[in-house]
Design a protein around this ligand. Structure first.
Ligand SMILES: Nc1ncnc2c1ncn2[C@@H]1O[C@H](COP(=O)(O)OP(=O)(O)OP(=O)(O)O)[C@@H](O)[C@H]1O
Ligand SMILES: [Mg+2]
Length: 298
């Protein structure tokens, strides 16, 4: 069943019901995207819930999620469509000798011989889908230009076949980790959502949602420490994904407190560079060892 939310509040509650706890900004932009038929560009650091938002939105709207994972060198053949060469060859071989080339050609460049890739699948779908174009910043500008055309016209031109028009309009989410600046042209066509690390209360709620069995005091302390670690100048600050992993690890190990020893033993779950480990051990590790809260190292 597909659903059409009628207020920001409904989106907020709906996303929560699917297991995603949105910020106010996230709920608002998601609502606008559905109502205005506008793509959303979601940017933010790694592991803050950009991809998950698209999945949650698909669950909320009761739509299928079509995902295009971007990578360097991604081309139209993998994103839009390609001809099914094998099938075409078989068709040509099966053709009785003597059939003219024209007849065969008309035949093998028909829809039956087309392999639809995610972008085409999304617009050709009978029922509207949620289209996730994940990590768009990994592609090149040429690909972005092709995408722009698709996002404004919602049609694909196939030289041998003609135009394929959209049957339905997808809700489109593009995510980016900001490894390169996207073009102004793309940004102009999209709503923009910056997803940042959540505040402690919000993160606690997310962690508790994923590990309800973890003792609340431990969970609180965990979030507090993660926020403290994020304040340090690290190569790679811990994300929500890592907070959740850490909570799971502590639960599994049966930790009933997050003391200095437990911290030292498990901090590699949230800190993943050798130099970062040293910084964190020196600053946070020492504090947990007994320095009173008011006298944190640094
Ligand atoms: N608001 C949230 N509510 C519930 N779970 C969340 C929320 N934000 C993040 N998570 C959880 O955090 C994890 C990481 O999220 P996700 O993979 O979507 O991050 P991402 O921003 O796409 O990261 P990357 O840039 O590395 O792809 C997931 O397990 C997701 O369920
Ligand atoms: Mg992602």
């Amino acid at each position: 069943m597909t659903l059409e939310p009628t207020s920001v509040d409904e989106v907020e509650r709906g996303l929560r019901a699917t297991g995603y706890l949105p910020s106010d900004a996230t709920a608002l932009v998601a609502y606008l995207a559905v109502k205005l038929d506008k793509p959303v560009l979601v940017e933010g650091p790694a592991g803050v819930g950009k991809t998950e938002l698209a999945k949650a939105l698909a669950r909320l709207l009761g739509r299928e999620l079509v995902r295009l994972q971007c990578y360097e060198g991604l081309d139209e053949a993998k994103a839009l469509y390609e001809w099914n060469y094998r099938k075409q060859l078989l068709r040509i071989q099966a053709e009785a000798a003597g059939t003219g080339w024209d007849a065969v050609q008309d035949d093998i460049f028909g829809e039956e011989f087309l392999l639809a890739r995610p972008l085409m699948t999304a617009i050709a779908s009978e029922r509207p889908v949620v289209l996730l174009i994940d990590e768009i910043d990994k592609t090149d500008q040429e690909f972005e230009a092709m995408l722009l055309e698709l996002l404004s016209d919602f049609q694909i031109s196939i030289p041998e076949l003609g135009k394929v028009e959209a049957r339905t309009q997808p809700v489109v989410l593009l995510t980016s980790n900001n490894t390169r600046e996207l073009t102004e042209a793309l940004k102009r066509r999209c709503l923009y959502l910056w997803v940042d690390y959540p505040d402690p209360e919000h993160e606690l709620e997310i962690v508790r949602l994923h590990t309800p069995e973890l003792d609340e005091t431990v969970a609180r302390k965990l979030v507090e420490v993660v926020h403290e670690v994020r304040e340090l100048d690290l190569k790679k600050p811990p994300s929500i994904a890592e907070s959740i992993d850490w909570a799971r690890a502590l639960l599994l190990l049966g930790a009933d407190d997050l003391d200095a020893e437990t911290f030292r033993a498990t901090m590699s779950v949230i800190v993943k560079h050798r130099t970062d480990l040293e910084t964190v051990a020196a600053r946070v590790g020492l504090r947990l060892q007994g320095a009173p809260d008011g006298a944190r190292a640094g």
